[in-house]
Design a protein around this ligand. Structure first.
Ligand SMILES: *[C@@H]1O[C@H](CO)[C@@H](O)[C@H](O)[C@H]1NC(C)=O
Ligand SMILES: *[C@@H]1O[C@H](CO)[C@@H](O)[C@H](O)[C@H]1NC(C)=O
Length: 518
């Protein structure tokens, strides 16, 4: 069944090519250059400018792809009924203005993780029926910025329900509303989560670009497993207003895209001050470089960078093939002018990686109850108004939410917490101390530009300190399952991380489109 689907997919592309050819002056058969599959924002904007493509054609292409692939991949929860209307509007805007006056995300379809609020016909539910029919007061901060940039909200992406904060036994990429998201490379492999649908959908070309959110690993892990590029921005660089929260101490919203270049374009569109997340975005605004992030897409971005390796526990591999690939990547760093600072250590690393010991769990449970209750209270209408009511809903609709199978243990642990007391303050202090003695000391003492790790295994290091990280496709194992390479840095060092990530990506060009291996 799947092979048939993939076969007819290439037919669609030919059809689109035929449509596009009509727009071209005769004799300029450049149809191969117009394939929408794997096209970057830059490619699409160029095609817009040369009148080879309209936003409407682009949106129609993705709607067809979603219809074909999503029944299997389940990366998308909802499609925006207004997407074609918005595309027409973008096309008209482009026609009305001088050629080249629109760029960046104008006319580009974006998919949003289902915890990012939109004030339109789309629901915002974190994958749970408990929030179906809830009415948000306004667009989330990042969506306001996307709309201002002219992006088209194509729909909502599936996710691990409640961003994996309901139950530790619920499968990654599964939600009651979205079903089980599938890894498009190897359908039987995990897509990881919690921003699973965002990564699945860009990997399989069901959309141009997407947004995910991360509290601890939720952008980096699915990016790694679906062979795409994910940026987990410094805390506060992107507004969390209107995003179904876990903890404002760690939550961050970032791009999940096929290339570093696309991710930089999306980052440019979503960063900046937001009145509704004023403290964090105000502070982090100082990190935004004048001229934005796209200027750091330098092919020689690795040159002169100091890259740290902490072999124990971050350079351990399941397979010889994967180990060899990473060994080669170290060589690529060196041959492109980077300095590899090897065999480093992070103090207390096993504590940092164990959330029940570091204090991460203690702090997050209490912070979650406070923030979720605040989010639910602000809704214009909602079936549930507090964590207690979500728990009651889950019990009542136990079959619908598969409570019998997966439970809601994290919710049940969070509900008895009562604000930030002594235990929470101590936990937060401990997290700060671990960061000072651990990652910050490592970076400063060794004058590192980035720490290099495998997959998502360093996520807690970046989570508890609010640090940025980028995942870039790095290898496919013997079964075809992808793993990313992760570059993490100190707060506000996105420009350097983008240089490193782009330099690595251009030197290796590892990513290939998925082939849906059963
Ligand atoms: C949002 O949810 C309602 C049910 O409450 C449903 O009727 C509607 O189709 C959903 N919106 C979209 C865009 O799927
Ligand atoms: C971490 O390690 C350092 C040095 O080994 C130690 O002094 C410190 O107390 C440890 N604990 C924390 C919370 O940083």
């Amino acid at each position: 069944m799947l092979t048939m689907k993939i076969h007819s997919l290439s037919l669609i592309i030919s059809v689109i090519c035929l449509i596009l050819l009509q727009w071209l002056p005769s004799g300029t058969n450049t149809c191969h250059a117009l394939s929408i599959r794997e096209a970057t924002i830059w490619d699409l904007q160029t095609a817009f400018k040369q009148n080879q493509l309209t936003s409407r054609q682009l949106v129609q292409f993705y709607l067809n792809e979603i219809q074909r692939l999503n029944p299997i991949l389940k990366g998308v929860i909802e499609v925006n009924p207004d997407a074609l209307y918005l595309a027409n509007k973008a096309d008209l805007e482009r026609k009305a203005k001088a050629a080249g006056s629109y760029s960046g995300l104008h006319g580009i379809p974006v998919l949003l993780k289902d915890n990012i609020a939109t004030k339109d016909k789309l629901n915002t539910t974190a994958g749970s029926f408990a929030l179906l029919g809830s009415v948000v007061p306004q667009d989330s901060g990042v969506v306001m910025k996307l709309r201002k940039a002219g992006a088209i909200i194509l729909g909502k992406a599936s996710l691990s329900e409640w961003s994996a904060f309901r139950s530790p036994t619920a499968p990654a990429g599964w939600s009651a509303r979205g079903g089980q998201g599938k890894n498009p490379y190897v359908l039987s492999a995990t897509p990881c989560g919690s921003s699973g649908g965002s990564a699945i959908s860009v990997a399989s070309n069901m959309v141009a670009v997407s947004l995910g959110t991360e509290t601890d690993g939720s952008i980096i892990c699915p990016s790694s497993f679906n062979s795409v590029v994910g940026i987990k921005p410094t805390i506060g660089l992107t507004s969390r207003a209107g995003v179904i929260p876990i903890t404002p101490r760690q939550d961050t919203i970032g791009p999940i895209c096929r290339t570093v270049s696309d991710a930089a374009y999306v980052l440019d569109a979503i960063v900046g001050f937001d009145y509704n997340d004023a403290e964090a975005t105000g502070k982090a605004s100082n990190y935004i470089p004048s001229g934005g992030y796209v200027q750091f897409l330098k092919a020689d971005g690795l040159k002169g960078k100091r890259l740290g390796i902490v072999r124990d526990p971050f350079f351990k591999f399941s397979e010889k093939l994967v180990a060899q690939a990473f060994q080669n990547h170290l060589q690529t760093f060196r041959s492109n002018g980077a300095v590899v600072v090897d065999y480093l250590e992070i103090a207390n690393i096993s504590t940092i990686l164990t959330s029940t010991l570091s204090g991460e769990t203690t702090a997050a449970l209490a912070e979650f109850r406070i923030s979720l209750n605040a989010y639910l209270k602000e809704l214009v209408a909602s079936p549930v108004r507090s964590l207690a009511e979500v728990i009651a809903f889950n019990k009542k609709f136990s079959d619908l939410e598969m409570i019998k199978e997966f439970g809601q243990d994290i919710f049940l642990a969070a509900e008895p917490t009562n604000g930030i007391g002594d235990a929470e303050n101590k936990a937060i202090w401990n997290l700060e101390e671990l960061t000072r003695n651990g990652f910050e000391k490592l970076m400063v003492q060794n004058k590192l530009d980035a720490l290099v790790t495998v997959g998502f295994n360093a996520s807690p290091v970046y989570a508890i300190g609010g640090f940025p990280a980028i995942s870039v496709p790095a290898v496919y194992d013997s079964k075809g399952v992808p793993t990313g390479i992760c570059f993490g840095g100190l707060k506000g060092t996105e420009p350097k991380l983008i240089e490193i990530a782009y330099g690595f990506e251009q030197a290796t060009k590892i990513r290939k489109p998925p082939t849906f291996i059963p």
